[in-house]
Write a protein that binds this ligand. Structure first.
Ligand code: NAP
Length: 308
């Protein structure tokens, strides 16, 4: 099959490309960075260099393909995340329609339907195509963004550590925290991008008559259990994941000069996770868990942590 993979050599798209190439498919990988060209070729795929904000480029690249994996990279530089996500989803829908693509796998998130600003799934409703919406849980790779915080060096971390959770850090004298307006004893489905890549590779080869939704997870646990696994891997077995109020989180993001609308969307995303509703939906759909456990990922994480 001729398959288009968006998301460059990102967390999901690199292992996805490797799987598809291994199965003998002809794969084109979209990247916005011409420096990735040779790395894409080394995987045995064809690079298509351009931006998902360019409908003409997308249409040209999708034309003649049997299936497309469509993902929207999160952008923390866009002042209005919701508006950005909607615009990119509309670009995809326009290009997929013009290219008459018949099989589409769209990357979404397990809480997307619960977040006003983040749900762009319905932008694909009008397409005359077979569509699967992927709703993965929280990626293991998100922990990479917390390395400074765990080391006690993050700006938001410092502010919030002192103001809201400082007692614990000061009393123990051991800095090293994860935090957010979900956390603590909240139960979360965590997921390895490699397991997502497996699930996407299966979906790309299927053909569903109706639009279907597929939840993906690797391991369910509380945030503090996850913190203990990550902390143990880096020699901080006391690592805690502090649960902040929505208000405290918003204040912290504002102090870190995150644009107001973006900060509000981020708080809304995390509040949905804290509500437990995504977990209920996940359980209701009863997906099979993936193979990669957090303890496996923690070994890779420890290498990156010590190198930084
Ligand atoms: N993190 C989570 O917990 C979570 C949970 C649920 C769902 N999700 C969803 O999962 C997706 C993230 O997947 P991922 O982690 O595999 O992605 P990723 O590793 O962040 O990779 C995305 C890649 O897309 C490329 N890109 C960025 N802007 C582009 C543009 N304008 N045009 C073309 N390519 C562009 C970049 O590579 P180049 O520089 O080479 O272009 C980037 O490395 C998002 O849709 C997110 O909403 C995430």
């Amino acid at each position: 099959m001729k398959i288009i993979v968006t998301g460059s050599l990102g967390n999901i798209s690199k292992p996805l490309t490797e799987i598809l190439i291994g199965q003998g498919h002809q794969v084109t990988v979209i990247s916005s960075d011409s420096k990735k060209q040779s790395a894409i070729e080394e995987l045995g795929a064809v690079p298509a260099i351009g931006s998902i904000s360019d409908v003409e480029f997308l249409t040209h690249t999708f034309t003649g393909a049997d299936a497309v994996y469509a993902m929207i990279p999160l952008s923390f530089t866009e002042p209005d995340l919701s508006d950005y996500l909607r615009r990119m989803a509309q670009n995809y829908a326009q290009a997929l329609k013009a290219a008459k693509t018949k099989r589409i796998v769209v990357m979404s998130g397990w809480a997307a339907d619960l977040i006003k600003g983040e749900n762009v799934e319905n932008e694909f409703d009008e397409l005359d195509a077979s569509i699967t919406i992927m709703r993965p849980g929280s990626f293991y790779t998100n922990f990479y963004q917390s390395i400074d915080l765990i080391k006690g060096k993050g700006f938001i971390g410092k502010f919030l550590t002192l103001r809201y959770s400082g007692l614990w850090a000061l009393l123990t004298g051991k800095t090293g925290l994860l935090m957010g307006n979900y956390g603590g004893e909240d139960r979360i489905v965590f997921v390895s991008p490699k397991d997502i890549a497996d699930a996407v590779s299966e979906e790309l080869l299927l053909f569903t008559k109706k639009t279907t939704i597929r939840y993906v997870g690797s391991e369910e646990m509380t945030c503090n259990e996850a913190a203990r696994i990550i902390g143990t891997a880096v020699g901080k077995p006391w690592l805690k994941w502090v649960l902040l109020t929505d208000k405290a989180m918003l204040q912290g993001l504002k102090m870190a000069k995150i644009p107001e609308k973006l900060a509000e969307t981020l708080v809304e995303m995390q509040a949905a996770m804290h509500s437990g509703k995504p977990l209920e939906n996940f359980h209701r759909s009863r997906p099979k868990m993936g193979n990669v456990k957090l303890a496996d990922f923690a070994k890779e994480f420890a290498i990156a942590y010590h190198q930084k």
